[in-house]
Write a protein that binds this ligand. Structure first.
Ligand code: FAD
Length: 291
């Protein structure tokens, strides 16, 4: 089923993002975690495409499995890295062949041997979206950045580029992780003013350890509310406390987002089930109702 069809049926969606397991041991671990998460009956699941296009084969194998063996509405991520028109065409034919109807189309980040995307056949996600749109009527998601993309000079510039992406054919947007809900509210308002009228689903990451959270903040430039930052620093050496601080924060964050009117939550699960399950189960039933 197309994710846009789910939108027609439900006010909110709750979705989980996975990455393809790296080896056989992590595949076993993945199976156990996914099994637990699926009990929550997600609206859809998505599978990332490795940085540098490194996991393409495993992404395709996993989306095939989740869509066809488990029967989930599944979205395959796909990036501009190493993409040529011929390769995109044949990859899209393969995805159609295995019944994938939903794609998350991204630029990706330049692999080590490339410094930028300027000479790439597809320099921006919008270029990829334009081509894929012309090939097949997929349902297409794209990325949005409430605190601007790290390469953009300003939020205004980023939203102008987002508008190009929307006009190219993105059906919905999922945001980069963030911790400051005000940034999301402001961003949605600016996007609406610009005429970007599709669903903008907040992407939420459960904080589970000190090192993990520092890594993601450095990677994305996400701002951290002062109180959360203080609590994290004060308890940096206490893994149990950090975990609980993270869960409590995410529960509050999700509740506030849903009360504000966010059209659901996309969880960056990092292939772990415990934190996402604890957060999801702590959201009041009324806010999880999809109708
Ligand atoms: P773009 O939309 O191309 O934007 C990149 C930069 O170029 C921005 O600064 C933007 O403002 C600017 N820009 C965009 N269009 C134009 C234009 N037409 N003219 C001029 N400037 C423009 N990465 C992976 O490798 N694999 C994944 O599976 C993956 N999944 C993700 C899922 C989500 C929900 C998100 C938020 C990110 C994901 N990423 C993934 C990371 C993503 O690839 C990076 O953030 C990347 O740096 C930008 O990708 P994009 O699609 O937003 O690029």
């Amino acid at each position: 089923m197309k994710i846009t069809e789910l939108f027609n049926q439900s006010k909110r969606t709750f979705s989980f993002e996975f990455f393809p397991p790296r080896d056989e041991i992590s595949a076993v671990d993945f199976g156990i975690n996914v099994g637990q998460l699926l009990k929550l009956n997600p609206s859809f699941v998505s599978v990332t495409y490795g940085a540098g296009g490194s996991t393409q084969e495993r992404t395709f194998t996993l989306v095939d499995y989740l869509q066809n063996k488990i029967g989930l509405t599944t979205m395959a991520h796909y990036t501009c890295v190493n993409a040529t028109a011929a390769k995109v065409k044949s990859d899209m034919e393969h995805l159609v062949h295995i019944g994938i109807e939903n794609l998350m189309l991204l630029r990706g980040d330049p692999p080590e041997h490339m410094t930028s995307f300027e000479n790439n056949e597809f320099p921006h996600a919008s270029d990829l979206i334009t081509m894929v749109r012309a090939l097949h009527p997929f349902c297409i998601g794209a990325a949005a950045y409430p605190e601007k993309h790290i390469e953009s000079a300003s939020l205004d510039e980023d939203i102008s580029n987002l508008w190009i992406k929307y006009q190219s054919g993105a059906d919905f947007l999922i945001t980069q992780l963030f911790f400051d809900n005000e940034a999301y509210y402001h961003f949605v308002q600016l996007a609406r003013k610009k005429g970007i009228n599709c669903r903008i689903i907040p992407g939420i990451i459960p904080i589970t350890s000190y090192n993990q959270i520092r890594k993601f903040i450095d990677m994305t430039g996400a701002s951290v509310p002062e109180e959360l930052s203080r609590k994290i620093e004060e308890n940096a050496r206490d893994a149990k406390k950090i975990y609980q601080i993270g869960i409590d924060f995410s529960v509050k964050q999700c509740i506030e987002l849903l009360e504000w009117g966010a059209p659901g939550i996309h969880f960056y699960t990092l292939n772990k089930s415990r934190a996402t399950i604890e957060i999801y189960e702590s959201i009041p039933k009324g806010l999880k109702q999809m109708l």
